[in-house]
Design a protein around this ligand. Structure first.
Ligand code: SF4
Length: 355
């Protein structure tokens, strides 16, 4: 049976666990230091930890449950990792280099059940949630890659936008966020972490009421129910009115900005009328919203969608600006590799099946 990843325990949980197994509480801080600061890859390398403590950790936990299967490197420095989990499943993780730092996009589920009609990840239904440890370990593997490069690079930002709906795995997501924010561990600031949801309204409310305090992004992708249901079938269960009520709750309670993701699909949702409807939807909360326009990355399996023309992207942007809406266009990374989320994974699974 596969052992649990040691990275899935918060410092408090590790302290309690070691206490229950007859070890002094300070051992947890020692182990934590070896994991996140010195970044060893074997328990036996924790040279100042008592051998009996090492033995009990080795018996119950793994320090490495992910192995690198494929790595694609783009000319712009973006690196896409395909990791194999202990049960054989494949997941994607992406490292992006920005002016403001190094950012990692993590996956939270094996496959996804939300079924967005443009998405390569949604082609493969969810087979299971990732554990908190498996999500943390994606960052650790990328950090170890940076360590081996020897250029002193440190993961400074995290986006939870890879395969899966993070709020459909809320508990493990919460553990993951607490672990990577801990100032004794990776110490990634809450304002440097963004979680993106397809719009699970009840979970947006739970998130708002939690102490997680990281940035929130919501995939809107359409300004009305007809269009949104066509693009995202989740809209049938959670229509825009319900989603906007949850967003309003977030705004009222936190007074914090939200990112509204909007993928631009040629002649589908990229017309001026859609930009005007979107501005109307945001209404009086313009100062609390930023619309992030995402030029579509075509995938073979969704040939019904094409990328919007450059002029349409510009016109959409200008229309929102004129309406007083804060708007940006997502910078593209890794366009010379399998850039769309889930593309590398679905391609690899097809290749494996063909063998
Ligand atoms: S876009 Fe995200 S939520 Fe939608 S199917 Fe793809 S992975 Fe799932």
């Amino acid at each position: 049976m596969n052992k649990e990843s040691i990275y899935g325990l918060t410092l408090d949980q590790l302290t309690v666990w070691l206490g229950e197994h007859g070890h002094r509480k300070f051992r947890a801080a020692q182990v934590w230091e070896w994991l996140y600061r010195k970044r060893v890859t074997a328990f036996s390398d924790m040279t100042d930890v008592h051998p009996a403590c090492i033995a009990v950790l080795e018996e119950h936990f793994d320090i490495s449950t992910l192995s690198e299967h494929v790595k694609q490197e783009s000319a712009d420095g973006t690196i896409k990792f395909l990791f194999r989990l202990a049960d054989g499943n494949l997941i994607e993780t992406v490292l992006m280099t920005h002016k403001f730092g190094l950012s990692v996009c993590v996956t939270t589920q094996v496959g996804c059940n939300i079924g967005c009609s443009f998405c390569a990840s949604g082609l493969l239904p969810k087979s299971r949630d990732l554990t908190g440890g498996e999500i943390v370990e994606q960052i650790m593997k990328v950090q170890l890659h940076l360590d081996q490069e020897g250029r002193g690079g440190k993961v400074s930002h995290v986006v939870v936008m890879g395969i899966g709906e993070p709020f459909d795995n809320f508990r493990n997501l919460s553990d993951f966020l607490r672990i990577i924010k801990d100032h004794k561990g990776l110490a990634i600031g809450a304002r440097h972490i963004t979680v993106s949801t397809s719009g699970l309204a009840d979970k947006i409310i739970e998130f708002t009421d939690s102490d997680l305090q990281v940035n929130l992004a919501v995939s809107l992708h359409a300004p009305n129910n007809g269009l949104r249901t066509q693009i995202m079938k989740i809209n049938r269960a959670i229509p825009i009115e319900k989603l906007m009520q949850a967003i309003q709750y977030y705004w009222d309670k936190t007074n914090r900005r939200i990112t509204l993701e909007y993928i631009l699909l040629k002649d589908v949702n990229d017309q001026r009328e859609h930009a005007l409807q979107l501005a109307e939807l945001i209404g009086a909360n313009r100062q609390l919203a930023n619309v992030n326009l995402i030029p579509y990355n075509p995938v073979d399996e969704h040939s019904q969608y094409q990328r919007s023309e450059q002029e349409s992207i510009r016109a959409f942007y200008d229309t929102l600006k004129k309406q007083g809406v804060s708007v940006s266009v997502r910078l593209e990374h890794g366009t010379d590799i399998d850039a769309a989320c889930g593309q590398l994974r679905s391609k690899q699974i097809k290749e494996d099946q063909a063998v």
